[in-house]
Design a binder for this molecule. Structure first.
Ligand SMILES: NC(=O)c1ccc[n+]([C@@H]2O[C@H](COP(=O)([O-])OP(=O)(O)OC[C@H]3O[C@@H](n4cnc5c(N)ncnc54)[C@H](O)[C@@H]3O)[C@@H](O)[C@H]2O)c1
Length: 343
């Protein structure tokens, strides 16, 4: 994690003994960074193959994957070659899944260029594509051999995408990196390098303790996400991922306070940080029962009970099962957030 670290890529590939590089990116990133990265890899003798797909979540599809396989096959990509995923979370998930499956697995270097991808998507090895209208239905765990974060690339990130990443950053701060939360509370604009580094370390520790997401350790990363995913899909994806997670974080914190699991002042402290970074804390439209139904249908698909990660303090979270939450209380907490209340 640093500034100007994109230039490290040729050395990282050489250190891993990789011959060629398949650089996968999207149409917005290609002119910004794709040309530069491929030129540097070319100069170092890695004979890069640059593959570009359209922007947006629709690109995370089996059709895109098919085009990547065809291009890699036609170009003679082999097992000791490496994949470089250069872009936001969409590129990371698609290129990562390509790497997990082509020739039964190529090494992947994740090079996140969006704040969401830097803070969450590039670390942890979850890769995949959407299918039949279901997000991330088909996927794998494929840990990157390296993650290279060049914070300078954020200079070109659109403001709304930047805000979306800040939503994830605040959430990581609450779930396990208090220094990140406190820096985002301070009035001065934060230096993102140490914050991204701390967020990555926090996620790394949880992932290393529970790489396949089976032990309720990695699940802590879902803080704000169970509510957030429901709101994101009910908005028809008009809310960005980070915006939905920010609102979800607010709901989880209010739930914790109502259950007596955290200091009663914590919801207001979290709300102030979210507002400081122009993140929403309420949303008009969905009804509490719709949010509950959306969470339930998501859970049904995953074959589990409804449960939420809630903060007990800044930097500490717990898991709350639906049996511990009176239904009336949950509806009240949701009603506070939906369609009015404080901004
Ligand atoms: N694998 C995981 O653990 C994980 C975790 C969180 C999210 N995700 C996935 O990540 C995706 C969301 O990621 P995202 O928010 O990065 O979205 P994204 O990849 O769609 O990027 C958002 C937009 O910003 C552009 N962009 C990215 N970096 C830029 C830069 N430096 N300069 C200019 N434009 C830039 C992209 O081209 C895109 O148009 C979703 O598909 C989500 O499912 C995966």
């Amino acid at each position: 994690v640093g500034r100007g670290t994109l230039s490290l890529l040729p050395r990282i590939l050489a250190a891993g003994g990789h011959r060629r590089a398949v650089v996968i990116t999207d149409q917005r990133i290609e002119p910004l960074y794709g040309a530069r990265v491929t030129a540097e890899l070319e100069a170092a003798g890695h004979d890069p193959l640059l593959l570009t797909h359209p922007c947006g979540d629709d690109a995370k599809s089996l059709a895109s994957l098919g085009r990547l396989y065809d291009a890699a096959l036609a170009d003679g990509i082999e097992r000791d070659d490496a994949v470089v995923a250069l872009g936001g979370g969409v590129v990371g998930d698609l290129a990562g899944f390509f790497a997990a499956t082509f020739l039964r697995g190529l090494p992947v270097v994740q090079v996140p260029t969006s704040l969401v991808a830097m803070v969450t998507a590039s670390v942890g090895g979850k890769v995949g594509v959407n299918h039949a209208g279901v997000k991330n239905l088909i996927g794998a765990f494929h840990q990157p051999v390296a993650v290279v974060v060049d914070v300078d690339t954020l200079a070109t990130l659109p403001p709304r995408e930047h805000r979306s990443g800040l939503g994830e950053l605040v959430t990581v701060g609450v779930l396990g990196a208090p220094e990140v939360f406190e820096a985002l509370e301070a009035p001065d604009p934060p230096d993102l390098v140490p914050l991204v580094e701390a967020a990555v370390r926090c996620k790394q520790q949880l992932v290393e303790a529970d790489p396949l997401d089976r032990l309720d350790i990695r699940a802590k990363l879902n803080l704000g996400h169970t509510f957030g995913h429901a709101l994101e899909s009910l908005s028809g994806y008009q809310l960005s991922h980070g915006e939905a997670v920010a609102i979800g974080l607010g709901i989880a914190t209010r739930l914790a306070a109502r259950l007596g699991r955290c200091d009663p002042g914590l919801p207001e402290r979290v709300r102030r940080v979210l507002r400081r970074h122009d993140l929403p804390t309420t949303v008009e439209g969905p009804q509490p029962w719709e949010v509950l139904a959306a969470m339930r249908s998501d859970k049904k698909r995953r074959g589990g009970r409804l449960r939420w990660i809630v903060p007990e303090a800044i930097g500490r979270v717990a898991i709350v099962d639906e049996s511990e939450v009176p239904p009336g209380l949950l509806r009240e907490v949701l009603a506070d957030t939906l369609g009015g209340g404080l901004p």
